[in-house]
Design a protein around this ligand. Sequence first.
Ligand SMILES: NC(=O)c1ccc[n+]([C@@H]2O[C@H](COP(=O)([O-])OP(=O)(O)OC[C@H]3O[C@@H](n4cnc5c(N)ncnc54)[C@H](O)[C@@H]3O)[C@@H](O)[C@H]2O)c1
Length: 264
Amino acid sequence: MDLELGGKSVIVTGGASNIGRAITLGFAREGANITVAELDAEQGEKVAEEARKLGAADIQVVKTDITDMAQVKNMVDAAVGKFGGVDVLVNNVGWDDLMFFMQTTPDFWEKIIKINFIGMLNCTYTVLEHMVKNGGAIVSVSSDASRQGEPREAVYGAMKAGVNSFMKTIAKENGRYGIRCNVVCPGVTIPDMDEEVAEGSMWADRNAMFTEDQFAKIAATLPLKKLGRPQDLANAILFLSSNAVAGHVTGQVLSVSGGYSMVG
Ligand SMILES: NC(=O)c1ccc[n+]([C@@H]2O[C@H](COP(=O)([O-])OP(=O)(O)OC[C@H]3O[C@@H](n4cnc5c(N)ncnc54)[C@H](O)[C@@H]3O)[C@@H](O)[C@H]2O)c1
């Protein structure tokens, strides 16, 4: 099936690690022009090298902290300058450190709010200004923690729920410009190898999140009895980014989590 993403200008935030890396490589296989917006530019360049081999039309890594509006404007200018516009924005950056709410502090809340919500606002706001001219697709990576309460992810889950709601409104406001906006919600999604993650990745030390025993227990609770892999998310995001196959899909929140969350 031709997703007709070849030659499109695509921005992937956090596109150097785990899920973001699989998204970048997925668009590369489709022959897209890719801008990776990354804090970890060194890891970004490694992924860019792989992307070129897989068939990316072109790829650039722009060192960006998405929580800083000036840096986001610079990154979007680089995408528009090099590739003539932005057809697809994937808001993939996210971060959490698992703690019960009463173990967290106001400084921690602020960090979670900035990375998971404000950064997504900065990128969406800046890209929309260009996208309204020719239409496009925005896909934001949320979390199943947004769809049901998740112990040790109180503020993160709340911010991801904000992402879901925000994207629905943006879908309603911008459908008239041919812009579709959707959300994917991963469950626990783990990298295969250490080389797949950035220095600041949530998975840089994967056993700091869960022990191997806990991974096995989580998998056993899922209807599909297995944890997610980055490619599972990349597949759903490629689908939602493609006007050829998802041209009538907007304002939707799709869980890609082995059945962890089932919302009617
Ligand atoms: N992996 C999971 O189990 C899981 C589960 C639910 C939701 N998610 C969501 O999926 C998305 C990707 O998760 P992942 O596991 O691939 O994460 P990851 O930590 O492996 O990668 C995140 C990437 O974002 C980059 N980044 C972080 N802060 C940034 C900033 N301010 N500006 C620019 N780049 C920044 C990091 O350098 C890294 O490359 C996130 O939104 C996350 O919340 C992941």
